[in-house]
Design a binder for this molecule. Structure first.
Ligand code: PLP
Length: 478
């Protein structure tokens, strides 16, 4: 494809993308295709001769679009949001086009240095303690700083590997089998997976307390640690969560940090979704004690208008990370290359991901970003208020960060799952359920970049209509 052909095709594609965004609200949110829908529509092998972009786009429209669930629909209330924005898309387009590899500083100095700068900007925006900044007040690089990982799951693993490198630095190799990782059973599944990948045999997922709104009780953690130490095991890694995936539970960070300190454990904070609210003064109380954490993570690709993937991780001290992930022993590392990001991550290759965040932070600015989060938090309060006023429903955990968890009360006890199904089958909204204390709970997560009050009200209307139908049927059956 020549430059002029690309210029034309790319402009056409932008037109198509703009039209898509203009009409995405009207599309059924959840794809209704059956598994295996696509192979019968596709050739069995790639073409031998070149095809034109029109042919490709025609298949995109007729065959791919029906298989999409529209995450950017303002009626998407499932999982957590996966924000996109036009500024981020501009940065991402540029990153794709420039196609530089940033694993070594020298591979593209700007890619490494901009990432460090942008993560310092974001750290300041989020009021993170200065120990997480890369550049000190003197303008020199310190021991820690930020790095963009692909996902929060990778971050959990990378932090685990750093924790392991740190604790094992002065221990015999056979001690590895004695290492214990801790978090609550409400923490993200990536912790268990990280243990599987790293070969950490002891992974304690401590039962969170329903009476603490599903937070980890520090006393339960201490008891588990004491028991493990008594049987000869070595606590080395603790993950606290701010905004759990199920119900946005928040662990008591300062208390957990004190326990981690006492036992010289690496303390990682997973705030994949809710961490961005640290930029709001009224949310600061959730983040007290952050300066005692070794690493902190939040995903700009969830609720900060930055297209996937952009998982922002900060460490106070990058040395254990490099000890775990550097392919060269520290003494061979070239001077001045403190920031070869290949040593801060698992893969070698890395995209110029900071560009999209650079566009977002500059083109929105602090005030608009704060306003954006507050808009969703207010919509969450509006939604929770509607649920609360309706005695057919019950809210099961305090609504937080624009997430509301609730049940539909009915005679059969299974009405909530049916409610979520009915809403999703309508195509007019998409939400999911979770399980808390063995109970199926509907989860309404607000945070779509295009979501306005009218979408939340329409979804509530839909939920009420579905509830009417289900309760009438249930009553007829009992
Ligand atoms: C979404 C989420 C994750 C996983 O995020 P990925 O970036 O998809 O790996 C981890 N932890 C929490 C609390 C989350 O909400």
């Amino acid at each position: 494809m020549g430059i002029e052909a690309y210029r034309k095709a790319a402009k056409d594609l932008i037109d198509w993308i703009c039209d898509y965004y203009a009409r995405v609200e009207k599309l059924p949110v959840r794809s209704e295709v059956e598994p295996g829908y696509l192979p019968p529509l596709m050739p069995r092998k790639a073409p031998d001769a070149p095809e034109g972009v029109e042919a490709v786009m025609s298949d995109i429209k007729s065959k791919i679009l029906p298989g999409l669930t529209h995450w950017q629909s303002p009626n998407f209330f499932a999982f957590f949001p996966a924000n996109s924005s036009f500024p981020a898309m501009l940065g991402d387009m540029l990153s794709g086009a420039l196609s530089v590899m940033g694993f070594l500083w020298s591979g593209s100095p700007a890619a490494t240095e901009l990432e460090t700068i942008v993560l310092d900007w974001l750290a300041k925006l989020l009021n993170l303690p200065s120990c997480f900044l890369a550049y000190g007040p003197d303008g020199n690089l310190g021991r820690g700083g930020g790095v963009i990982q692909g996902t929060a799951s990778e971050t959990v693993l990378v932090a685990l590997l750093a924790a392991q490198a740190r604790v094992m630095a002065e221990r015999p190799a056979e001690d590895r089998q004695r290492l214990v990782c801790y978090s609550s059973n409400q923490a993200h599944s990536s912790i268990k997976k990280a243990c599987m990948v790293a070969g950490t045999t002891h992974c304690r997922l401590i039962l969170a307390r329903p009476e603490l709104d599903y937070a980890l009780d520090p006393a339960d953690l201490s008891a588990a640690i004491d028991k493990d130490i008594a049987s000869g095991l070595i606590p080395f890694y603790l993950v606290g969560t701010i905004g759990s995936t199920s119900s946005c539970a928040v662990d008591p960070i300062a208390d957990l940090a004190a326990i981690a300190r006492k036992h010289s454990m690496w303390f990682h904070i997973d705030a994949a979704f809710a961490g961005v609210t640290a930029m709001l003064p009224e949310m600061q109380h959730y983040f007290a004690g952050l300066e005692l954490a070794d690493s902190f993570n939040t995903n700009a690709h969830k609720w900060l208008l930055t297209n996937f993937d952009c998982s922002c991780m900060w460490v106070q001290d990058a040395e254990p990370l490099k000890a775990a992930l550097s392919l060269m022993p520290a003494f061979l590392r070239a001077k001045g290359n403190a920031y070869d990001f290949k040593d801060w991550q698992i893969p070698l290759g890395r995209r110029f991901r900071s560009l999209k965040l650079f566009f977002v932070l500059r083109m929105y600015g602090k005030h608009k970003l704060q306003q954006y989060l507050r808009h969703h938090i207010a919509l969450g309060e509006l939604f929770a208020g509607l649920v609360r006023k309706d005695n057919r429903f019950e809210i099961v955990t305090p609504p937080r960060f624009a997430l509301t968890c609730f049940v539909l009360k009915g005679p059969l006890g299974n009405e909530t799952a049916a409610l979520v199904d009915a809403v999703n089958q309508s195509g007019r909204a998409f939400m999911i359920s979770t399980e808390l204390s063995g109970q199926t709970v509907a989860r309404f997560a607000i945070g779509g970049a295009q979501t306005q009050q009218r979408h939340v009200r329409a979804a509530w209307q839909l939920i009420c209509e579905a509830a009417d139908g289900l309760l009438a049927t249930a009553r007829a059956e009992t």
